[in-house]
Design a protein around this ligand. Structure first.
Ligand SMILES: Nc1ncnc2c1ncn2[C@@H]1O[C@H](COP(=O)(O)OP(=O)(O)OP(=O)(O)O)[C@@H](O)[C@H]1O
Length: 530
């Protein structure tokens, strides 16, 4: 076993460990710089500006397409010709960082693209700006896809530091070669060095495992740990006793009314929402063709119409999730993220902020709760991060909102552990937490199983009775009849007719409306039979 003793002696050799520490230093520093630069490149790559994304693409193309060894030699030998001279260690760090940035950029971009884009849309609708959304919602979810690939790269880089010997960096492999050059004991020297590499890469693997565990929302939910990305301070208030899920109608209305006093505008005939001659096209196709309609404070408007008629598009234009081609929309007398110049609307930066200021909130068909946050955190996110509400206050509000939608006992549940109906009720609570003055509902029950529709409609009914101004795109004709003050029938991007529910739904004046209602009516009848 003489060889084993020899391997052990090289494994514990100070000379080799000095090289290992150098390799580790290069790896850690280069990885940190490479990651930061890689994040910038990834964001440039997904930029809508082609010049910016093109610059990033070219950089990544060059750095990934040329050998690291050449890059190191270039920095070491060629840059001094223009007066930039670096020592071996600095050259290695610069070379590895620049090279790693290209690879990290694509890994990070892949992670970002793996996150459902609707998460960012929902954040934006709550007034969260792009960087806040990236930091709080997108990156925490993307990290699960990013981390394994980054850990691979880190391990790869640690071993690749041996390439730096070409510019005289005296790292581990280089040192092992020096020993072998003297004693020719290939096996024992390289085995000792190999064990050192194995130990260091094992530490990286363990770090990867710990970070992955700390980012796992399920695990953090169970252990109550804080994690280091994407979650704020752990909520501390004890969960109140669960309120009965089946709150009475009166108590629900009362609870909701208490939570939106500031949001419910005083009764007035002045329109709160004004849409004037609104046009929108996607490509060659006009989706909205000169829509004009108003909504008064406290009014509930149900928008109905065939699939593809432009109903959702109108909602997205109202809170500027899409931009208007022609015409204008004003909410509370203000443009949402536009300024008027020479008679035309020009989009401004900071649309999310404008949405928050005007007070428009939206509830989506597919709920779009933030997957990395619990129900309570979903509701607290915008008040704390956008409106600067102190955490304790935001948490108290969030718990009251959860109680109002009958979900007190689900505060610490992640979205994936809630039924569709529960998720939609949390989404409504989240939309209410920013004290909106106008609520937009985009087919809020369409993605739900029939038995879950009622619980969501009950919450919306309570909101309507509490005086919230609402526009509801819906196929729930009975609900529209019962709750809406006005029904607007859309077809092919135009308003065909509008009026009181009894008029539009029972005795429509237009043939197109009659045909639509008879189809919908038959579907409802079929569902009832089923
Ligand atoms: N981002 C987009 N790019 C291209 N076309 C789009 C986009 N968004 C919507 N459309 C198209 O615009 C038309 C209107 O869509 P919209 O979602 O507003 O209809 P809708 O009346 O809400 O329909 P549904 O009830 O099925 O949701 C559809 O033909 C749709 O395919």
């Amino acid at each position: 076993m003489e060889w084993a003793t020899e391997v052990l002696s090289y494994f514990t050799s100070d000379f080799l460990w000095a090289g290992a520490v150098l390799a580790l230093q290069i790896t850690v520093v280069s990885m940190v710089i490479g990651l930061a630069f890689g994040l910038v490149l990834a964001l440039m790559r997904i930029s809508e500006y082609r010049l910016i994304s093109g610059i990033a693409w070219v950089y990544i193309w060059v750095m990934r397409g040329t050998p690291l060894l050449l890059q190191l030699v270039f920095i070491f030998d060629a840059l001094p010709l223009i007066g930039l001279k670096f020592d071996s260690f600095t050259t290695a760090v610069i070379g590895f960082s620049l090279n790693q940035a290209a690879f990290s950029a694509e890994i990070i971009r892949g992670g970002i693209l793996s996150v459902n884009p609707q998460q960012a849309v929902a954040a934006s609708s709550l007034g969260m700006g792009p960087m806040l959304t990236l930091r709080r919602i997108v990156l925490p979810q993307a990290m699960r896809a990013i981390l394994p690939a980054l850990a691979n790269d880190t391990i790869g880089m640690l071993k690749m530091t041996s390439v730096a010997s070409v510019i005289f960096v005296n790292e581990l492999t280089f040192r092992a070669q020096q020993i072998v050059g003297e004693n020719f004991k290939f096996f024992t020297v390289f085995a000792g060095a190999g064990l050192i590499y194995l130990l260091l890469t094992s530490i990286i693997s363990i770090a990867q495992m710990l970070i992955e565990r700390s980012l796992d929302p399920e695990r953090r939910q169970q252990t109550g740990s804080r994690g280091w990305l994407g979650r704020g301070r752990r909520t501390t208030a004890p969960a109140p006793a669960a309120t009965p899920v089946r709150a009475t109608k009166a108590s629900r209305v009362e609870a909701v009314r208490e939570l939106i006093p500031a949001a419910a505008p005083a009764a007035s005939d002045e329109p709160f929402l004004q849409c004037a001659n609104v046009w929108k096209a996607y490509g060659e196709r006009d989706v909205l063709k000169g829509i004009s309609f108003n909504v008064k404070p406290g009014e509930v408007v149900a928008v109905i119409g065939p699939s593809g008629s432009g109903k959702s598009t109108l909602l997205r234009l109202v809170n500027h999730l899409e931009s208007i081609d022609q015409g204008e929309i004003r909410v509370g007398g203000r443009y949402v993220g536009y300024v008027k110049e020479n008679g035309r609307l020009r989009p401004t930066s900071g649309r999310a902020k404008a949405r928050a200021e005007v007070g428009v909130s939206m509830v989506f068909q597919s709920f779009n709760l933030f997957a990395n946050l619990t129900a309570l955190e979903n509701i607290m996110e915008a008040p704390v991060r956008v409106h600067g509400v102190p955490r304790a206050e935001a948490e108290a509000l969030a718990r009251r909102l959860l109680a109002a939608v009958g979900l007190s006992s689900h505060a610490d549940h992640l979205p994936q552990h809630l039924s569709g109906g529960q998720q939609q009720r949390v989404a409504i609570a989240r939309a209410l937490a920013v004290k909106p003055r106008l609520m937009l509902f985009d087919e809020p029950t369409s993605a739900l199983d029939p038995e879950l529709v009622g619980e969501v409609l009950n919450v919306m009914r309570a909101l309507a009775e509490a005086g919230m101004t609402m526009i509801i795109v819906t196929h729930e004709i009975r609900f529209a009849r019962e709750v809406a003050d006005r029904v607007v029938f859309f077809d092919e991007g135009s308003i065909v007719e509008e009026g009181a529910p009894a008029d539009i739904l029972d005795k429509p004046s237009k043939e197109r409306t009659r045909r639509f209602l008879s189809v919908i009516g038959n579907e409802v009848a079929d569902e009832e039979v089923a």
